[in-house]
Design a protein around this ligand. Sequence first.
Ligand SMILES: C[S@@+](CC[C@H](N)C(=O)[O-])C[C@H]1O[C@@H](n2cnc3c(N)ncnc32)[C@H](O)[C@@H]1O
Length: 270
Amino acid sequence: MSAERPSWAPQHIDVDTPNAARVYDYFLGGGCNFEQDRLFAERFLEIVPNVDRSFRANRAFLRRAVQFCVDAGIRQFLDIGSGIPTVGNVHEIAQRMAPECRVVYVDNEPIAVAHSEAILADNANAAVLHADLSDPDTILDSAPVARLLDFDQPMALLMVAVLHFVPDSADPRASVARYLRPLASNSHFVVSHGSVAGMAEVPAGAERHYDDTTTPFISRTPAQVMELMAGTELVEPGLVWVPQWRPEMDQDVGEHPEQIGIMGAVGRKP
Ligand SMILES: C[S@@+](CC[C@H](N)C(=O)[O-])C[C@H]1O[C@@H](n2cnc3c(N)ncnc32)[C@H](O)[C@@H]1O
């Protein structure tokens, strides 16, 4: 039994086992996390000093990729593995540029969904769904998707920092293919994915640190991530470490972007 259960945390939520959504929230400075998430995050920082930089770099990639999509004329977004709302959510970025943008968020973590519902209560053009990435039919046939997304128009499908929580046994490639199939031509697929492939030396214990969470982490190689994006044409600069993806300033890239350990790409459906 947990020593700490804030009054806002529903009884059915396991607050004793760290969870990726809440650990990420902690690293980004949010308040929707529990003691075990924070301890887990601090242990991670001991194993990989500056790992918080990776989380922020991922969030910055998400922002740039959404801006790229809006600039490309996209006005609707399906964001799967959307996380606990924090500064710079997809609807905020997109609707600031084009108020008519519509967004459906999907996450399988109840706290992320509850907080998204609260934030979106007054936003007629955005909604959240509690569902799992590996259940495409439920998501594609859901009421929020039917209400907000038009499959005759291009849309952006976002899977940012989520596919590395989906094991091969769940066949993420088949799920992705199922999501891409009904999308209109010129739809965009935004992906970021954790990988130790660029690191000369992987800090001991880093890759297995998430094993005892509700969301074990799977590192994939660039070739494996490319396979997940099959059926799309990557826009420049292709699949790169997230700071290298269309940086706003050269100095944002840093000297060793591979140490960030997260790759990102945007694919366009022909
Ligand atoms: C690291 S956060 C990323 C949040 C956001 N996409 C971003 O990049 O800023 C990963 C999110 O994916 C969610 N997630 C993990 N596995 C999932 C699955 N199988 N289906 C739906 N969401 C999942 C977690 O609950 C968490 O909110």
